[in-house]
Design a protein around this ligand. Structure first.
Ligand code: PAF
Length: 280
């Protein structure tokens, strides 16, 4: 049976008890409204840990003023059942007050320069400060040995890895593979904002990423690949924030670069902002 914990003292006691028994503790932070992508992360972390904690906390500090904080879907009962089915031992449910005891204005913030400032950082100013601020708190609350983050949020994973190295958190970070719907759309809590007309068109993002990879591997210039992807998505009715090819650290690859790269897209379909990526 999964145990739901809402008090920090109780969480610490549970985790300390496990550690005294020599057990390794895994952690998967989430904002709830869980789907197969989250559950696959629980199962991934389980392979590296004896016990798994997952948190559900819709973090106000990572939403911009015009973003969906208040309407972000909250489904606590389904989340609890799903986490239990995926093998999670403890569900950690902090409140906004316990996460930010001095209030949001006076909260100590964590800023990771460089990798935070491009792409999502340009489109959503302050977003990664909010993510790092809450994830560092969650790490201090749960004190895990290993933690899992989905690769759908590719840049978030890169930012977290840099934060963990820079702040010397003794935590192994795992990246979980993207889980997709049958038509290729990456699973996301925000997919449910898509209308019935928009939903089939959303899979165009994945097809565009595949075209970008194919064109890059065929030797097409990066600028041409990026421009074609943007034009294609715009013609398909998307408002494109970016459609780019980057190195894994999100720096721009040079013309002769044949090492590991990743194609990344962020685009809006109606009111829904979708992100996805493809490594090659
Ligand atoms: O990826 C998410 O769901 C969130 O950004 C995270 C890591 C749980 C922090 O609030």
């Amino acid at each position: 049976m999964i145990e739901t914990i809402t008090e920090l003292d109780a969480l610490r006691a549970r985790v300390m008890g496990w550690k005294r028994q020599g057990l390794r503790v895994g952690f998967v932070p989430t904002m709830g409204n869980l789907h197969a992508g989250h559950y696959s992360l629980i199962m991934l972390v389980r392979q590296y840990a004896d016990r798994v904690v997952s948190s559900v906390f819709v973090n106000p500090t990572q939403f911009g003023p015009n973003e969906d904080y208040t309407r972000y879907p909250r489904t606590p009962d389904a989340d609890t059942t799903g986490l239990e089915g995926a093998g999670c031992d403890v569900l950690w449910l902090p409140t906004v007050e316990s996460m930010y005891p001095f209030g949001i204005e006076l909260a100590a913030k964590v800023h990771v320069p460089g990798v935070s400032s491009v792409l999502e950082g340009e489109c959503r100013p302050g977003h990664f400060d909010g993510v790092c601020t809450v994830v560092s708190r969650l790490f201090n609350q749960v004190v895990p040995d290993v933690a899992g983050f989905g690769k759908k949020d590719y840049q978030q994973l890169a930012v977290i890895r840099q934060m963990v190295t820079d702040l010397a958190f003794p935590i192994q970070i795992l990246g979980g593979s993207i889980v997709r719907e049958a038509d290729g759309l990456a699973m996301s809590s925000r997919n449910q904002y898509l209308s019935a007309q928009e939903r089939p068109r959303a899979a165009e993002i994945r097809r565009t990423l595949q075209q970008m990879r194919q064109a890059m591997l065929a030797g097409t210039a990066r600028a041409e690949v990026e421009a074609a992807a943007r034009a294609h998505l715009t013609a398909a009715g998307f408002q494109v924030d970016y459609a780019v090819v980057r190195r894994p650290d999100l720096s721009e690859p040079g013309p002769a670069d044949t090492g590991a790269r990743v194609a990344l897209i962020a685009a809006r379909l109606g009111r829904t902002r979708l992100i996805d990526n493809l490594e090659f």
